[in-house]
Design a protein around this ligand. Structure first.
Ligand SMILES: O=c1ccn([C@@H]2O[C@H](COP(=O)(O)OP(=O)(O)O[C@H]3O[C@H](CO)[C@@H](O)[C@H](O)[C@H]3O)[C@@H](O)[C@H]2O)c(=O)[nH]1
Ligand SMILES: [Mn+2]
Length: 854
């Protein structure tokens, strides 16, 4: 379909000595290999020397493999390309660290009986066993790295706009105060104005806050969009979220045309008006106005107990096409008697309502603060959609989560740069080539024994399935969200009874789903007048609709973990799909990261909590590898993220150990005059230098590296420890997880406060303050001991240098808390928190005393 413009040629290709090997017995060139050989510059070189195919006449060639004659004609160039990273140095260092970790374990085992202090030695051994295991997961996840690059300009030359699939866009918001309407509206505007045929787009805004303000803002924003979209398209505006476009720096220059300058001013005023309207409405209490349509809708609604409200705010009719996509407002039914499953519940309503109204084969999902920062983002996604080679490669298309106005040097460690290293930019998405041989041998070897199992291992060894689904900035195929697996025809042939059990009572939804599952795009019905389906849509947005169906269990966004995104993503991978990550320049989407320490803590807790919950569902990565089609190394990658909460236990123990040992005058590390001291020292030095180097190569400042490294320790011992505890409480039935929203701010620049730590009374920081206090006590203890030291033989060995270094390091990591102990007001740690941690620390020191006396 996409390549019908490519010309067929035959001729000579003398400049490519490797070329003939890559032609298979049919005379066809393997398409991956084709692209490996023909990087753009090579091609240009070849074409410049006027060489063409050597392939003899009479051979049939698949469209892909044909080169065009004209250098200017880019129809033969790939629309997406995967570049494999060279990370040999990183791999070598990672293996050195692994070797050191292993030797430390071996040393512990052999020196165990010579110890006078079994307890710290045993605890250290268990922690290090965990660190080694976790390091293996991390190395495996980062081993193969690649980047996918997309070329929208080539796509436009090759695929006609009419062939583009339609896309339903879902934006979710839940509270107009924590998520100010103006931010949500900017996200809406940026999406309405993307470079994509407007007739193929429908934007659905889900409002879990059931807020008249959000509804009113959307109506006004839609009016403004009618001016904004043509303006953006006419002048090819790059940033289509007005609050980011009309900045003081963006004033038109003298070089710009007069027309543009005038329209720019007009647009700026119009946006100013919109802003004022929304701002005023936010300050005025809402009143029921019986004579206005708007007043009646929201009269007496209670946000947690109300019927579904669905309004088509604007329609893009086929007979009067415009630049403005369909705009639809949804506030799903809520009732105190029924669970609503937070964002996952909202997404499922969006999937159903859009299924009834527009039923696009693709859906894009964004959080209310994630505006589209690159107007070509849909075309970048289409490069992948049209460029994937095998059906299963297109599980979902994820763009990274990145943030605007990020605080300098990431003081709270929440901007995901560190994750970028491992989850987003590089790994989770790998190349098969180098392992094909190993895979082949392995399959042969185990063939007769465990045929199935062998192919799992082989797949696992060869590569991974791709990036995580991160909840926002992701394109999904509707059929995959509806539960289909690659190459599986059973869903395509679902009969009415199955459809009812899966998708529920609504006949329209079942019909629409059957269309989608049967696969062929051509059959997917275009619905041009969503407003005629409002009644049907209200039906599927009801809070009892899901009872007795597969929503949240097998289809849609899955319930059971606070991170519905990763849970839904692992389920998709578990069906055998792969996913793709691509990050165009400029970045596809930008949102707000929490700007205060307490809100960052809350977010960290929810994430670690949700990720850990996944291990206790039927979507546990190891279960999915055995029972489903999750590849082994992909499962290791998932384990690596899902165990954040569990990490808090060994990390806390390891942070307690130096204090314990100094106070009780015992050791958990080899003494400085033993050669074995070099092992932990080597790990410490090499690991930290390695991470520093890794961050440097990502362009991260030294200050940011330090912040990320200390916040890594702090978050683990505070927020993640609480995630661990809360999952345990949930497992024994004592608590329920809730989704606490993150506060969003339009310009997070709040003067003096920017990036400074503030504290609330959250108990989460108690363990952190406790660790700090006991390590401070230990250091004072060590100092006193140093004063009394008798410089006789082996005094340096008795000093416990390793323990002191560790204690100093832990204290440095908790440096912000140390400052917080002495500051006042919101910058200081509340007295009640200090008091509680102090009591715990005192108790601990007392135990140490008793221990050392016994
Ligand atoms: O009951 C709810 C709760 C949340 N949301 C929406 O969910 C989105 C994400 O909420 P936010 O507070 O911004 O959480 P983050 O931690 O920033 O979000 C990340 O992590 C979440 C899982 O914890 C994913 O759902 C998100 O997509 C992902 O961006 C927002 O648009 C909310 O409006 C709802 O629609 N209904
Ligand atoms: Mn968010």
């Amino acid at each position: 379909m996409a390549y019908n413009k490519i010309r067929f040629l035959t001729g000579d290709l003398p400049l490519l000595p490797k070329f003939p090997n890559r032609i298979n017995h049919n005379g066809n060139l393997q398409k991956q290999q084709y692209f490996m050989l023909f990087h753009e510059h090579q091609l240009h070189h070849i074409l410049a020397t006027r060489t063409i195919h050597r392939l003899q006449k009479g051979h049939s060639f698949k469209l892909w493999y044909i080169m065009a004659k004209d250098t200017q004609d880019s129809t033969f160039l790939p629309i997406q390309e995967t570049i494999v990273h060279n990370n040999k140095t990183a791999r070598a260092i990672e293996l050195v660290i692994l070797a050191l970790l292993t030797s430390l374990l071996v040393y512990r085992v052999f020196s165990f009986k010579n110890q006078d202090h079994y307890l710290p030695w045993l605890v250290a051994f268990l922690c290090e066993l965990w660190f080694t295991f976790y390091w293996i997961l991390s190395v495996s996840t980062k081993w193969n790295q690649n980047t996918t690059i997309t070329y929208p300009e080539r796509l436009l030359k090759r695929v006609n706009e009419t062939e583009f699939p339609s896309v339903d866009i879902f934006v979710t918001t839940a509270d107009p105060i924590l998520e100010p309407s103006i931010i949500t509206m900017n996200t809406v505007l940026s999406l309405l104005a993307v470079d994509y045929p407007a007739g193929k787009l429908a934007l659905y805004l889900s409002d879990d806050g059931c807020s008249p303000l959000t509804y009113y803002s959307l109506v006004e924003t839609t009016k403004f969009a009618k001016l904004w979209i043509p303006f953006c398209k006419k002048y090819n505006v790059q940033v289509r979220a007005p609050f980011r476009y009309f900045t003081p720096e963006s004033i038109p220059s003298g070089d710009d045309s007069l027309d543009f300058q005038q329209e720019w001013k007009k647009m700026k005023n119009e946006y100013g008006d919109l802003y004022k309207k929304i701002d005023l409405a936010a300050q005025r209490p809402f009143t029921c106005e019986p004579n206005s349509d708007f007043g009646i809708i929201f009269c007496d609604v209670n946000r947690s107990d109300h019927p579904a409200i669905i309004k088509v705010i604007s329609e893009n009719k086929e007979d009067t096409p415009s630049d403005l996509p369909h705009v639809i407002y949804i506030s799903r039914e809520k009732s105190l008697k029924h669970p609503h499953y937070f964002k996952a519940g909202a997404m499922n309503v969006l999937a159903r309502v859009s299924g009834v109204m527009t039923n696009a084969p693709l859906m894009l999902n964004v959080d209310c603060d994630m505006y589209a920062n690159n107007p070509l983002v849909f075309l970048h996604a289409m490069c992948i959609y049209f460029g994937i080679k095998n059906e299963e490669d297109g599980g979902f298309i994820q763009f990274p989560q990145a943030f605007y106005d990020a605080l300098k040097d990431d003081p709270f460690g929440n901007q995901l740069v560190n994750l970028a290293v491992s989850i987003f930019t590089q790994s989770f998405c790998l190349l098969q080539q180098s392992f094909i041989c190993a895979k082949f041998l392995l399959i042969r070897f185990l063939k007769d024994v465990y045929k199935m199992f062998a192919s799992y291992i082989a797949n696992g060894l060869s590569s991974m399935q791709g990036t995580l689904y991160a909840g926002s900035n992701c394109f999904h195929q509707r059929k995959i969200i509806y539960g289909s697996s690659p190459g599986d025809i059973s869903t395509a042939k679902m009969v009415n009874e199955d459809l009812r059990n899966t998708f529920g009572e609504s006949i329209e939804l079942r019909e629409a789903a059957a269309h989608i599952l049967s696969g062929s795009d051509a059959k997917i019905e275009k619905r041009n007048n969503p407003s005629s389906f409002i009644e049907k849509a209200i039906h599927v947005a009801g809070c009892t609709y899901e009872y007795g169906t597969s929503w949240g269990k097998k289809v849609g966004w899955l319930y059971g973990a606070a991170t519905e995104d990763v849970l839904t993503g692992i389920n998709i991978h578990g069906r055998g799909w792969k996913s793709v990550l691509t990050s165009p320049v400029p970045l596809a989407f930008l949102g707000c990261a929490p700007t205060t320490y307490p809100s960052s803590l809350k977010q960290q807790k929810r994430w670690a909590n949700g990720l850990f919950e996944i291990l206790f569902t039927s979507n546990n990565p190891l279960l999915l590898t055995i029972k489903g089609k999750l590849w082994f190394r992909q499962a290791l990658g998932y384990l690596w993220v899902c165990m954040w909460a569990l990490r808090s236990i060994p990390e806390s123990c390891y942070a307690v150990l130096p204090a314990y040992c100094i106070i009780t005058n015992s050791n958990f590390l080899p003494k400085i005059n033993e050669p074995a001291f070099l092992i932990p020292m080597g790990i410490f030095v090499i690991y930290n230098l390695y991470v520093f180097w890794e961050f440097k190569s990502l362009g991260v400042s030294a200050r940011m590296w330090w912040n990320l490294q200390t916040m890594g320790r702090v978050n683990t011992i505070t927020a993640w420890l609480f995630s661990f505890i809360s999952v345990m409480l949930k497992l024994i039935g004592l608590s329920q997880t809730v989704f606490e929203l993150t506060q969003k701010e339009q310009s997070p620049n709040n003067g003096d406060d920017e990036g400074r730590f503030t504290y609330d009374k959250s108990p989460m920081i108690i363990p952190g303050v406790f660790i700090l206090l006991i390590n401070l006590t230990a250091l004072v203890n060590a100092m006193l001991r140093l004063l009394k030291v008798d410089f006789s033989e082996n005094w340096i060995g008795e000093l416990g240098v390793g323990e002191i270094i560790c204690s100093v390091w832990v204290t440095l990591c908790f440096g912000e808390f140390l400052k917080g102990l002495f500051r006042n007001g919101k910058y200081g740690i509340p007295f009640s928190t200090i008091w509680k941690s102090g009591a715990l620390a005192l108790f601990f020191v007392q135990i140490c005393r008793i221990k050392s006396q016994s």
